[in-house]
Every structure is written in structure tokens, then in C-alpha cells.
Design a protein around this ligand. Structure first.
Ligand code: NDP
Length: 316
């Protein structure tokens, strides 16, 4: 079978490509710049790549850009989307590539009669941010949606970009009769295959970089290997449908610092939170993700894999 992975050089997508090749798929990998070895070398080195990996140049904002990569594929995994927080131009840097890019990719899928299912990488960002208080007794699940007005009000531009993109994807898929399944991961950590740093691994790196304080945030975390597997399961299991939250554990940065202290006792770690009162934790349902056969990796192991990989890649 032939599948397309958009944004193939990214953190999550690289693992997805690796697992797809391992499972015998022919993979069409879209990248923005196929001539940049930092974006392609690690993909071309994967087992099976020589025989079954094909690179395609495509950009989210260019209409028709994905046609060639997608036409003839049985399935499409749309992972490409900008993931960073600091921006002076949220519309151009985050919202347009996420929203227009998703519609652009889905347009190519609608044109290609070969495509049986599309799996979209959305985020818990599209699920949990709606102003409802997140406290220990609250269980966030796939019925939740982030609130667009609330995101604008608090200037959560990345969250807004993912929410708008997923919402538009569901509407477009319904209109065109596309079989869409969505994966909604929390902050993704674990070993890096790509040589460069990505935003979610950076959140862990920042704690190891000698800062005095850690952020006041309770966030869901999940291993990149579970997320990549969930994408494949969502494609392969005929009855998979709707959204799938992927959270192995909700943890406060204080918990992560404690784990890091146990794992790397001689390392200098931040000593206190930026605020006095720690943000409460909450729960995210694993029920749907488990129905895909996902066995979540223990959180401590995911933290260790992240740090060991950052060290190995000389990223700190
Ligand atoms: P990376 O930054 O590693 O990957 C992002 C990918 O998107 C890159 O391949 C990048 O291409 C591509 N991309 C960005 N802008 C454009 C554009 N204008 N045109 C074409 N490609 C573009 O991030 P992740 O692997 O972490 O993220 C992958 C997906 O997962 C995203 O959709 C993200 O929102 C989602 N996600 C990530 C989470 C996380 O914690 N990591 C959590 C939940 C969801 P290039 O390499 O050329 O820059």
C-alpha cells in the first residue's frame, strides 16, 4: 500500500515514516525543501527507505502543491503544521499554514479517488482550551472543543491555529465525503530522529538548561512512538472514527523536575516555580486511545528517552 505523510521531516512524522516503512508501506514523504539534508538525511537513512521512500516537495500555502504526492495513495497522514508559540504575525505564521494548509491537503485528497482514509494530526490544543476550569476531578475527553473566541482573547495563537484547522477539516470532510480520523496528542516527547530541536522536546530541554525557575503549567504528555503508532492504527482499523486524545500523563512542571532530579541527580535543575500557587492537574480520558490498542509508555521512561536523545544529538 502507498501512503503520503505531509511534513515528513518533523518530530512526529519522522517516527510515523519509520514505522510505516517497517510495516511494508511505500511512503511518499512531503517536505518543504528536499535539498536540505537536515530535513531529509534521517529519513533517507531509515530501513526500507531506499526501496520504498519517495520525497516530494510541497508547501502548505501553495494551492495544488500536494496533488502529485497524494494522487495514487491509499491513505494520507497530514501532520504538517507550524508548531511554535512566539510570533509577531500569528495570522501569517501560524493560522494560515494550519488552516489553509489543511484545506489544501484535503482538497488534493478529495481529487484523488485512490485515497480511502485521511488521518489528521490535530492536538489536545483543539480539545481542552475553552475556559472551563481544569481541576483534578475534571476528565477531558474527545467531546470537548477548544473555544475560538477564548483562544483569541488570551492570544493562544498556536491553539487557535489547531482548533480552526481541525474544525475546518471536519466540515470539509463531511461535505466531500472524505473518511477522516483525527489524532489529538498532548505535548509529545521521546527520542528525536531528526537532527534539529522541536518545540515540545524543547520544553524538557529548557528544564535541563540551568534556569532558576520552571513554568507554572499542568500539561498532558505522551511518547512520540505511541503517537506515531496511533496514527497507523487509526488508518488500519476500519472501525476507527472521530477523534483520539493521546495523553500518557498530565503532569505539572514541578513533577517533571522531580523526575529529572531522580534520573540525573548531579544535574542542576530549576528550584522553584515562577508562581507560588501551582496550577492544578486534571485528567484526560485514555479510553478511546486504548481502543486503538495503544499501550501507553510510562511517563518516566518518556522523560528519560527525551533527555538521553537530546544529549546524544548534542542539543544540550
Ligand atoms: P515539527 O516542528 O517537528 O514538525 C512540523 C512539520 O510541519 C515540519 O515538517 C514542517 O516542515 C512542517 N511545516 C510547518 N510549516 C509548513 C509549511 N508552511 N509548509 C509545509 N510544511 C510546513 O513538529 P511536530 O512533529 O511536533 O508536529 C507535527 C504535528 O503534530 C503538527 O501538526 C503539530 O501541530 C502536531 N502536534 C504536535 C505536538 C507536540 O507536542 N509535538 C502535540 C500535538 C500536536 P519543515 O520541516 O519544512 O519546517
Amino acid at each position: 500500500k502507498t501512503v503520503c505523510v505531509t511534513g515528513a521531516s518533523g518530530f512526529i512524522a519522522s517516527w510515523l515514516v519509520k514505522f510505516l516503512l517497517q510495516r511494508g508501506y511505500t511512503v511518499r514523504a512531503s517536505v518543504r525543501d528536499p535539498s536540505d539534508p537536515k530535513k531529509t538525511h534521517h529519513l533517507l537513512a531509515l530501513e526500507g527507505a531506499k526501496e520504498r521512500l519517495h520525497l516530494f516537495k510541497a508547501s502548505l500555502l501553495e494551492e495544488g502543491s500536494f496533488d502529485a504526492a497524494i494522487d495514487g495513495c491509499d491513505g494520507v497522514f497530514h501532520t504538517a503544521s507550524p508548531f511554535f508559540f512566539a510570533t509577531n504575525d500569528p495570522e501569517a505564521e501560524l493560522i494560515a499554514p494550519a488552516l489553509k494548509g489543511t484545506l489544501n491537503v484535503l482538497e488534493s485528497c478529495a481529487k484523488a479517488s485512490s485515497v480511502k482514509r485521511v488521518v489528521l494530526t490535530s492536538s489536545v490544543a483543539s480539545v481542552a482550551m475553552n475556559g472551563r476550569p481544569l481541576t483534578p476531578e475534571v476528565v477531558v475527553d474527545e467531546t470537548w472543543w477548544s473555544d475560538i473566541e477564548f483562544c483569541r482573547k488570551i492570544q493562544a495563537w498556536y491553539v487557535l491555529s489547531k482548533t480552526l484547522a481541525e474544525d475546518a477539516a471536519w466540515k470539509f470532510a463531511k461535505e466531500k465525503g472524505i473518511d477522516l480520523v483525527v489524532i489529538n496528542p498532548a505535548m509529545v516527547i521521546g527520542p528525536l530522529l531528526q537532527p534539529t530541536l522541536n518545540t515540545s522536546a524543547e520544553a524538557i530541554l529548557n528544564l535541563m538548561n540551568g534556569a532558576e525557575t520552571y513554568p507554572n503549567g499542568s500539561v498532558g504528555w505522551v511518547n512520540v512512538k505511541s503517537v506515531a503508532n496511533a496514527h497507523i492504527q487509526a488508518f488500519e482499523i476500519p472501525s476507527a472514527s472521530g477523534r483520539y486524545c493521546m495523553v500518557e500523563e498530565v503532569a505539572h512542571y514541578a513533577d517533571i523536575v522531580e523526575i529529572l532530579g531522580k534520573l540525573y541527580p548531579s544535574h542542576k535543575l530549576p528550584e522553584k516555580c515562577v508562581d507560588e500557587k501551582l496550577m492544578p492537574k486534571y485528567q484526560v480520558s485514555q479510553e478511546k486511545a486504548k481502543s486503538l490498542g495503544i499501550d501507553f509508555i510510562p511517563f518516566e521512561q518518556s522523560i528519560k528517552e527525551t533527555v538521553d536523545s537530546l544529549k546524544e544529538k548534542n542539543l544540550f
